[in-house]
Write a protein that binds this ligand. Structure first.
Ligand code: S0N
Length: 273
């Protein structure tokens, strides 16, 4: 196992947010509760993901949990109230949904580094990541129908895209737990490694992707999402197309002509077959 020096990007209460060689690592830091999340946790994750999106030095995002027992055990049942999870302001929220949307829409690869239990809303978190690498001790499953909750959004529909409709229904209806090898076989994760090799493996995958064209990775992510995400998915892909268009001389000609108060000359630009 390689020792690497992760630098703190920003201090938070419930998460660690660190940087190493182009990789940002968000660690849910509540091992006492198997890294269950509260509105504070999800609010901080949202904030960190916004920084990951904005910061050009960050190429890949890794999400994990502190310790060697859990990735995340979902919503903290101690603060579950009527209408959602009650934060310090006394307002019930389901704010992990915002985190899920950010993970899907950030135009950079997000890797779930699954280092133990990924259960309930914690399991959905690993499902929505672009790639999942698990340690041999990782355990996967949904508990919703047993504990009075469910995720009928990405946690069901995207899960079914990963493992198939029958298996997704089994996972939700029976609330069983699956070990890492079973998760690998059903397409829930990309790779399983011994716990002590987990971070090395994740960093290796991140560094491999960082050798590739960031725009190509961005477009592939947007394209894979667009097929599933309806109009919001198409909006992401279309936004990327607009970004690329703005980089062309053809788009510059329109803007320049307007500012120079002349007619644009678009005839000179090629019409590719
Ligand atoms: C993870 C499990 C299987 C680990 O078992 P293990 O190793 O035997 O440890 P325990 O002794 O059970 O736990 C150690 C201590 O940690 C506490 N703890 C564990 N999980 C939670 C939790 N989720 N909330 C609060 N505390 C937790 C234990 O209580 C224990 O504490 P002490 O020592 O004091 O006894 C096992 O722990 C387990 O099954 N955990 C519960 C998993 C669960 O049911 N999670 C909730 C599932 N539901 C959701 O996540 C909500 C869905 C959701 O996120 C969502 C969906 C759609 C829209 C919005 C939302 C949203 O909620 O925001």
């Amino acid at each position: 196992m390689e020792t690497r020096k992760w630098e703190t990007i920003k201090e938070y209460e419930d998460i660690l947010f660190e940087f190493y060689n182009g990789i940002a690592k968000i660690t849910i830091n509540r091992p006492r509760y198997r890294n269950a999340f509260t509105p504070t946790t999800t609010g901080e994750m949202s904030n960190a993901l916004t920084i990951c999106r904005e910061c050009a030095d960050i190429s890949v995002v890794v999400i994990t949990g502190a310790g060697d027992k859990a990735f995340c055990s979902g919503g903290d049942q101690n603060v579950k109230g009527k209408g959602g999870y009650i934060g310090k302001d006394g307002v019930p929220r389901l704010s992990v949904l915002d985190v899920q949307k950010q993970i899907r829409s950030i135009p950079k690869p997000v890797i779930a580094m699954v280092n133990g239990y990924a259960i309930g809303g914690g399991h959905v978190l690993q499902v929505v990541c672009d790639l999942s690498i698990a340690s041999e001790n990782a355990i996967f499953g949904q508990t919703g129908p047993r504990v009075g909750s469910f995720d009928a959004g990405f946690g069901s529909s995207y899960l079914a895209r990963c493992v198939g409709q029958k298996k997704a229904r089994e996972i939700w209806f029976l609330c069983r737990q699956y070990n890492a090898q079973e998760a690998l076989q059903m397409g829930l994760v990309n790779k399983v490694v011994p716990l002590e090799q987990l971070e090395d493996e994740v960093v290796d995958w991140a560094e491999t992707m960082m050798q590739h064209s960031p725009l190509a990775l961005r477009m592939i992510k947007a394209g894979l999402n667009a097929e599933l995400d309806g109009q919001s998915g198409i909006q992401e892909l279309a936004g990327d197309a607009t970004l690329l268009y703005y980089l062309t001389e053809e788009a510059q000609e329109g803007k320049n002509a307007f500012l120079e108060k002349r007619k644009p000359d678009f005839k000179k630009f090629p019409k590719f077959p």
